[in-house]
Ligand binder design. Structure first.
Ligand code: THU
Length: 128
């Protein structure tokens, strides 16, 4: 899959978001080191802190299918303002760091994107 295809898959995944409280639909796609693909979206809850981010859902979904090394995570928010980049929150950065992705793609609603290394997003990260 090309980077553009990955990001459009992340935008497609965002359509499955359950986000009645924020109105902020986020989608994430994980590509595992063996090529398998896992998509998910954010799922909110009336008890707000119980809500789950798209990246956390996609990564935990992949991990629960045996993935231990991630090649790429692509993230898209289809409700951000045109030029705003949808960056993963701190908790999601820690969750993804466990499976050491080679690249994290972050996109704007307009389709522009950036590719980051894990160390750029979470320097001096916690690990055993
Ligand atoms: N959200 C994500 O899905 N990923 C992030 O990295 C940051 C925020 C979701 C959580 C909530 O449903 C909505 O965006 C607004 O914070």
């Amino acid at each position: 899959m090309t980077d553009q295809e990955l990001l459009s898959a992340a935008r497609e995944a965002a359509l499955g978001s359950y986000s009645p409280y924020s109105g902020f639909r986020v989608g994430a796609v994980v590509i595992a080191d063996d090529g398998r693909e896992f998509r998910s979206a954010n799922v909110e809850n009336a008890a707000y802190p119980v809500s789950q981010c798209a990246e956390a859902n996609a990564i935990n979904y992949a991990a629960s299918h045996g993935v231990r090394k991630i090649d790429t995570v692509a993230v898209a928010c289809i409700d951000a303002r045109e030029l705003d980049l949808a960056y993963p929150c701190g908790r999601c950065r820690q969750i993804m760091s466990e499976f050491d992705p080679d690249r994290i793609l972050v996109t704007t609603a307009a389709g522009d994107f950036r590719a980051h290394k894990m160390d750029d997003l979470l320097p001096y990260r916690f690990s055993f």
